[in-house]
Ligand binder design. Sequence first.
Ligand SMILES: Nc1ncnc2c1ncn2[C@@H]1O[C@H](COP(=O)(O)OP(=O)(O)OP(=O)(O)O)[C@@H](O)[C@H]1O
Ligand SMILES: [Mg+2]
Length: 226
Amino acid sequence: MTHGAAVLGMADVRKSFPSPAGRVEVLRGVDLEIRRGEFVMVTGPSGSGKTTLLNLAALLDFPTSGRLTFQGRELAGLAEDSLCDLRKRAIGVVFQRFCLLPRRTALENVLFRFRYVGGAEAETRRAALAALDTVGLAALADRPVRVLSAGEMQRVAIARAVALRPELLVADEPTGNLDAASTAAVMDCFRRLNVEGLTVLLVTHNEGLLRYATRHLVCVEGTLNP
Ligand SMILES: Nc1ncnc2c1ncn2[C@@H]1O[C@H](COP(=O)(O)OP(=O)(O)OP(=O)(O)O)[C@@H](O)[C@H]1O
Ligand SMILES: [Mg+2]
């Protein structure tokens, strides 16, 4: 399968954190290039640096050293407002624990994605409903999230992540709290979005999901290996 333009690039990316015992080296020289349309899955032992890597990919944190590029542009050269714009529009994030507002409806949760980008109310509502439709939940738009099943909650979170039609969808163990049936439903959402052109970077501990990926990488002690 051929893929399109560069979405995310990392060259000798390192990340360390301060600790009382000195700096902890978490990422130790990561080289990665993800192209448009790829579905990259990362597995690896607990503590190997997967979440740290995703935080960099989502532009939520900065490398200690090395080059990080998004859509061919080097992160270090971006002004703060361009960076915010990328975070808001170009990247969607899905977490293991959903991170939804339980008392709000599915639609309201998706509408939160539009909070900082503006737009006419009717238009954002239409886009939010369309996002819920892509995950098969249009009929549940007005239900409070707390009454939904865990799998439905995660699909609401996916709808929220893709509502602004990002370039890259980053997901950290998105099926970690789900049973087998809900896992399949959630993975089908990722697959459908990927087939429509969305680039996906997903971390999982579930080797059974690797068949959804177009590429599999293993994170071991802060390095990424094929
Ligand atoms: N902000 C931080 N400050 C200090 N240490 C950190 C910080 N973030 C992560 N670490 C350490 O970095 C290492 C890797 O953490 P990370 O969360 O990336 O692992 P992971 O591969 O996602 O693990 P898991 O599979 O359990 O989610 C861990 O030892 C963790 O304690
Ligand atoms: Mg993690």
